[in-house]
Design a protein around this ligand. Structure first.
Ligand code: SAM
Length: 327
């Protein structure tokens, strides 16, 4: 690990810099960590090693065809207790804030696209809340760890959040949540890999599409088609927000031989899957879908278990990609 000076990047991914190794156990998390070549090489070798024995070919298909069942069972087992509310959401993604909220960066408003809106009004009479002036969609929303912080923030702003997941159990948990409010939120079951099934949302109508730790669950060969489809729901100037696992994160290196399905794609003990992205892959995924890169970061941190004196190298990806057009 190379230690950084106190001058960090301008990105708002935390600002706790480890400048001296003696300070390691002073905090639970250190930001903007850079790896040495040796650390990179060790991680690469560990990933190569744990991928050297793959899941037998005849067993592989079920992790794709039965993905929904595995996630549904996951939520039947853990209910809403596994993931924590995403506290970093508005700090990293101020684009989620409707235009009237002061911290939001300048971006085009729905009213700038009168023609699109008029077409929408005509085509979407049965769509919930077609008159909202700021629309967000979270895909793979799970039990709503991002949705409910958003719902609380957008109340009485004229904004609306759609959210979907392919697990009926997860969506039921969202709908049963005390903060679920159909006047600002619509949760529905939807499989992102189901090509023939459109979202109940007009094309070119969304200000924000957000995918948080969901694309890593999808087989890498299917993902481009998923992003291509979702990108078509953004209106000109709308933005796609993405956060997910990064290549050689601790959770990738911890997989055992025999859990690898494809390069950098693994199955966990419960049948759910995880892919680990690089910056170039993220760039290609979204720009191939016709979007323009606004941000594409590798968020490398050190997580510290101070009690057990354990140091963990974490890697996450964070990206923002804009639909061309708009002001
Ligand atoms: C790691 S969880 C993240 C949940 C949520 N985004 C969060 O941050 O708490 C991944 C979610 O993606 C959903 N998912 C995976 N593949 C999907 C697909 N093809 N279509 C829709 N949802 C999917 C799973 O059911 C699960 O809820």
């Amino acid at each position: 690990m190379r230690l950084k000076g106190t001058q960090g990047p301008s990105a708002p991914l935390g600002a706790r810099f480890l400048t001296s190794p003696e300070d390691m156990f002073q905090h639970n998390m250190w930001d903007h960590v850079q790896w040495t070549e040796k650390e990179e090489e060790t991680a690469r070798q560990r990933a190569e090693d744990n991928s050297s024995v793959r899941v037998p070919q005849e067993e592989q298909a079920k992790y794709d065809t039965e993905a929904c069942r595995y996630w549904n069972t996951f939520y039947e087992t853990h209910h809403g207790k596994f993931f924590k509310d995403r506290q970093w959401l508005f700090r990293e993604f101020p684009e989620l804030l409707p235009p009237d909220v002061p911290e939001r960066p300048a971006s085009p408003r729905a009213a700038d696209h009168q023609e699109t809106l008029e077409t929408l009004a005509r085509d979407t009479r049965d769509i919930p809340y077609q008159h909202a002036d700021f629309r967000i969609l979270e895909v793979g929303c799970g039990v709503g760890n991002s949705v409910f912080p958003i719902v609380k923030t957008i109340k009485e702003t004229g904004a609306f959040v759609y959210c979907c997941d392919f697990s009926p159990h997860a969506i039921q948990l969202v709908k049963d949540h005390p903060d679920y409010d159909p006047s600002v939120c619509h949760a529905f079951v939807h499989d992102l890999c189901e090509e023939g099934s459109p979202l109940p949302i007009p094309l070119h109508s969304l200000d924000v599409v957000m995918a948080v730790f969901v694309f890593s669950s999808i087989h890498p060969t299917r993902l481009q088609a998923v992003v291509d489809r979702l990108a078509r729901y953004l209106r000109p100037g709308g933005v796609f927000l993405f956060r997910d696992h990064g290549r050689h994160d601790l959770s990738q290196l911890r997989f055992k031989k025999g859990q690898c399905l494809a390069e950098n794609f693994y199955t966990r003990g419960d049948g759910t899957c995880a892919y680990f992205f690089t910056k170039d892959e993220v760039h290609r995924l979204f720009t191939n879908a016709g979007l323009e890169e606004v941000q594409n970061l590798v968020d490398r941190r050190i997580q510290v278990n101070r009690g057990k004196k354990v140091v963990m190298h974490r890697v996450w990806m964070q990206g923002k990609f804009r639909c061309p057009g708009g002001s």
